[in-house]
Write a protein that binds this ligand. Sequence first.
Ligand code: 5RP
Length: 228
Amino acid sequence: MAAQINPSILSADFARLAEEAKAVEGADWLHVDVMDNHFVPNLTLGVPIVESLSRATDIPLDCHLMIEDPDRWAPQYVEAGAGSVTFHAEAAAAPVRTAREIRAKGARASMALKPATPIEPYEDLLPELDMLLIMTVEPGFGGQSFLDIMLPKIRRTRQLIAKHGLQLWLQVDGGVSAATIERCAEAGADVFVAGSAVYNTDDPAAAVRMLRHQADEATAKAPWACAH
Ligand SMILES: O=C(CO)[C@H](O)[C@H](O)COP(=O)(O)O
């Protein structure tokens, strides 16, 4: 699979979301960061804005719920038009039931891990998921520096995916840029969220193409991809 680049609208102008979505035409998904000021110390947007955005763009929405009680809210984001819904392992009381509800409503189910959360306790849940998100910053804000110490977790997760013969996508989010995307791809990521590296440029669509090219080149040389 070619690398997927998902621009994060956290770095976009919230007063011009429809135009900001148009500015990244060619992106695989639009990453929508939902924050509730409880799970993370920041507040962004909710179901009504996702509903409007899904009508305003043909790019499918990849909603990342950084909220408490995602078990209750995740299905509502599918109904609002999200094509993929990510909940946090640290916040979900019933991750299997929530993943099944997301899938039953017709979206891709994804679970996220904060930097200090290991993948190993969740190994048996992987078949219930369409994507796993490894946070490469502490969630809550755009523009932070990439945490290199997450690379071993990305590698171990890629090995678990191969061990179980799964088609699971492996997403990274936080500090992904031209300077870091190759390391992520070499380690095993295949879906890349990028906020400031896309929106803080003169040509966001060109930034998406450049990041995808870099990731594809790095993946082609990666041992995990060669063994595929
Ligand atoms: O989930 C997030 C923050 O919690 C954002 O998606 C992420 O930080 C993207 O921004 P940048 O690429 O600028 O780091």
